[in-house]
Design a protein around this ligand. Sequence first.
Ligand SMILES: Cc1cc2nc3c(=O)[nH]c(=O)nc-3n(C[C@H](O)[C@H](O)[C@H](O)COP(=O)(O)OP(=O)(O)OC[C@H]3O[C@@H](n4cnc5c(N)ncnc54)[C@H](O)[C@@H]3O)c2cc1C
Length: 444
Amino acid sequence: MARARLTGWGRHPVIDGDIEQLRSIDELCQRVRSGRPLIARGNGRAYGDAGINAEGTVSMLHFDRLLAFDATTGVLVSEAGLLLDDLLGVFVPRGWFPPVSPGTRYVTLGGMVAADVHGKNHPIAGSFGSYVQWLDVIVANGDIVRCSRDSQAALFAATLGGMGLTGVILRCCIRLMRISSAYLNRSRVVTNNLVETLATFQRTEAASYRVAWIDCLQRGATLGRALVDVAEHADARELPPPSRDRPFQVRPHTALVLPFTPPFSPLNSLTVSAFNALYYGAGKRAATTKLLDYQQWFYPLDSIAHWNRLYGRHGFAQYQCVLPLANAEAGLGELLREIADSRCGSFLSVLKRLGPSTGALSFPTEGYTLALDFPWSQTVATLMLRLDEIVIKYGGHLYLAKDARVTRANFERMQPRVAEFRDARAASGAAAVFQSRLSERLGL
Ligand SMILES: Cc1cc2nc3c(=O)[nH]c(=O)nc-3n(C[C@H](O)[C@H](O)[C@H](O)COP(=O)(O)OP(=O)(O)OC[C@H]3O[C@@H](n4cnc5c(N)ncnc54)[C@H](O)[C@@H]3O)c2cc1C
């Protein structure tokens, strides 16, 4: 047990608590049986308070063994504390890849299941839960229950996207997909406004991966201008030599390290505005198609270790919402206008298309998701309350893996499925045992 200052990736909020480092499955089950509240924690990449609890935060990082792999079907059984980075290190050289990947490889499989993460390919591939065949979950009485779509189906559905609130995920059985190289062909479309940006998403519906960086400080005729990137896995035969002969080998990337936390964030409306102009301008001039290795395409932020320190001592908040398709243009326009008017620039502003929803509390819903990072301040907190009202007005909701601040009342106005999730948790006894700062804040 180690006393620690506990926080998520956004470094806000910070609470004092214990990180419990249990070494055996028996110890884990005993800990759950003790009845003292706890939350399982993966690698702490949720931005807010989903993976912290002052009463007990149990690290799953020791439970990281690969248990079985079927090289004909791609079915992998692993403990839930395995890092995606380690999985990639073993399986990419053998021609396998996770069908869904978030924007960082420093997450655990348990964290990916608990947040039912989505990638840049959600409309085509669905979320990570779609590739989970079964889970072993330590439930409230300390027993290990195997659940799947056919057996203990309610537990299975609630655990996908359940943010660790149904139990401790111990083992996962997931399906990987075949790739013929570790590279992707990326093409870039530069748009002048939101209408063009959404039209580009529509035009590229058949593509595997799509993501846009939006210049969130634009208004008027250029509101919503963006760089829309579209990508496909590259066939080994398309690679230039010498990669063609070693299609799964990628050049090792040495991550830059942000060595300290500045006392205040250098990211403000002036620097973000300058960055946006440069980035958009460079995007316009750059070649439209490019061959990228999988790390460059899927995990560009991982090239700077501890980049979250850039936001200064007070940390930062990500605001990630989804708006239903029918309201997307009007809702996104209103959100972007509110952000531009506030002059609270977000240097990372990402737009993705999502497909239909899956797990009980899973985030994805058919529509568009916008994610923005802001340094913490009272002004930003007030802006986010105004953004909440716009999201509610257009029938959208927020992503719990990114949230640190939405009120219970606003969350309930956004997410109609919450009552069912809460009732199921109470009935199964999970509510008494599995608790996080997030579940307390939202009354889950
Ligand atoms: C740079 C960056 C980019 C990201 N991009 C995306 C993206 O594109 N798409 C997306 O969907 N998400 C994205 N995320 C969010 C991230 O994928 C999720 O927050 C994920 O849950 C983090 O996994 P973790 O192992 O770090 O879990 P933690 O942050 O430690 O925990 C997250 C949640 O999972 C639960 N949990 C973790 N392990 C277990 C377990 N074994 N049993 C039960 N519950 C468990 C915790 O209780 C908590 O509720 C991104 C995050 C970062 C930092």
